[in-house]
Design a protein around this ligand. Structure first.
Ligand code: HSE
Length: 449
């Protein structure tokens, strides 16, 4: 790790990537220069920037002593830069530049959840091997300080469960579909026009971004390496307004959740749309906001709520990490708490439970033939597989030969439900594939069992 030998010299930060978060961080660094110096006890300055887009660069007013690097290699190798902030996003060159910076003894701060979820083991391993610090608070929940909370404030407790709304785009779409009864495609197109959704929204709406974030959260909360490929992921593309309407009649609100629970010998980590009781805290998190609810064995429940994206909020998370790394550089000491909250080599890999083994309540919408005996057939197949019905709604008559019959169940395993639906969906009693939505237990008790 680089040390600051000249105690009168500032710690100089280099930023690679000046998109929304990069520019937010730049603004914060320049605007709060004085407060940063007061809090740190030494100056923290902008040493240089590296941005491929000349139009972006031209639009910024950089201080005269800030170096503009043509490529990241030049910045990473420059001894005047003590600390690298990677805000390029994506897998490459982000991965290579972080590894190269660490190799030359530089601490790194990043917001790159996709990279950490995919290549986290390599990157955390490299930080440990080269004795540098790695800050990544901004990778989950934007400005919400969830990682530091897990790593430091809750370090003495056993975290048993986490559930979070960790994608603002998906939450915005579901909120509008629910409030206005609009189709998914209509809201997505409008969100793209208004700049709330990316032109390629795949990661956000297919649950991939949430999977990146829950992988990082679970690794920190439970001290186990988590592989992205192990996590069952379902997005919101297929959600229909009719199910949001029926959900309301049962007192439920639909949210795309990242869920992670520690069952002692195994972990349950998944991303999918979930119905939540309308008066639960997470159900009330609307629009682009994020929230993460967790349960500690000693602490009980905790909810962190705030802005999960945006340049300025996310920049605060980047800055917290930059300041921590800068202190280490200035005082020639590494952060006392390991990046993941557990010593890198001391972690024990826990197996992930397959989706078939999860235990949940379910919302099932059958498109049933409107004929005598259909309801008793559906109830019979569910009952034969040990699935107990909690309530039933049937509305209207004959929409092209079938009517929606909505059933909510008591707790059952996913394999029981899939087996029953395999039989029902192949029968003459229904005209479409049954819609299945899990109903989440929000008591935040589920744990270590
Ligand atoms: N695309 C993310 C979201 C923000 O919609 O929440 C960055 O993680």
């Amino acid at each position: 790790m680089l040390n600051q030998n000249d105690k009168n010299a500032p710690v100089r930060v280099g930023i690679i990537g000046l998109g929304t978060v990069g520019q937010g961080f730049l603004r914060l660094l320049l605007k709060n220069r004085e407060i940063l110096r007061e809090r740190l006890g030494f100056p923290l300055t902008l040493g240089g920037v590296c941005e491929k887009n000349p139009v972006t660069l031209k639009g910024l007013s950089l201080p005269p002593d800030c170096v503009t690097y043509r490529d990241w290699e030049e910045m990473v190798r420059d001894p005047r830069i003590s600390l690298v902030v990677e805000l390029v996003g994506g897998l490459d060159p982000a991965r290579t530049l972080i590894l190269e910076a660490m190799k030359v003894g530089k601490s790194v701060v990043t917001a790159n959840k996709a990279l950490l979820a995919k290549h986290g083991e390599e990157i955390f391993g490299s930080a440990a091997a080269h004795g540098v610090d790695l800050g990544f608070e901004a990778s989950v929940g934007g400005g919400i300080p969830i990682l530091r909370t897990l790593r430091e404030s809750l370090a003495g407790d056993r975290i048993v469960r986490l559930a979070g709304i960790i994608n603002g785009t998906a939450n915005y779409i579901l909120t509008r579909m629910s409030r206005e009864g609009l189709e998914f495609e209509t809201v997505l197109a409008e969100a793209q026009r208004q700049g709330y959704a990316e032109s390629d929204p795949t990661f956000d709406i297919d649950g991939i971004d949430s999977a990146h974030k829950i992988a990082i959260l679970a690794a920190m909360a439970f001290g186990s390496p988590v592989t992205l490929e192990e996590i069952p992921v379902e997005g919101i593309r297929h959600i229909k307004p009719i199910d949001l309407e029926f959900g309301k009649e049962f007192g439920y609100v639909l949210k795309l959740l990242g869920i992670a629970a520690d069952h002692g010998d195994s972990l349950d980590i998944r991303v999918h749309p979930s119905f939540l009781p309308e008066h639960s805290l997470l159900a009330e998190v609307d629009g682009v906001f994020n929230a993460i609810e967790l349960s500690g064995q000693a602490l009980g429940p905790l909810l962190l709520f705030g802005r999960g994206a945006g340049g300025d909020p996310t920049a605060t998370a980047v800055m917290g990490d930059v300041m921590e790394c800068a202190r280490g550089i200035y005082h020639a000491s590494r952060a006392q708490v390991p990046a993941l909250g557990f010593p890198f080599s001391g972690r024990i890999k826990k197996a992930l439970r397959p989706l078939s083994a999860i235990y949940s309540e379910y919302y099932l919408r059958f498109m049933a033939q409107d004929q005598p005996g259909t309801l008793s057939y559906l109830a019979g197949v569910l009952g034969d597989r040990g699935i107990s019905i909690e309530s039933v709604i049937q509305k209207g008559r004959d929409r092209g030969g079938s009517v929606p019959v909505v059933v909510t169940t008591h707790r059952a395993t996913e394999s029981q439900v899939r087996e029953a639906l395999g039989i029902i969906d192949a029968s003459v009693h229904v005209t479409e594939k049954t819609v299945v939505i899990r109903i989440e237990d929000v008591s935040m008790e589920g744990s270590l069992s």
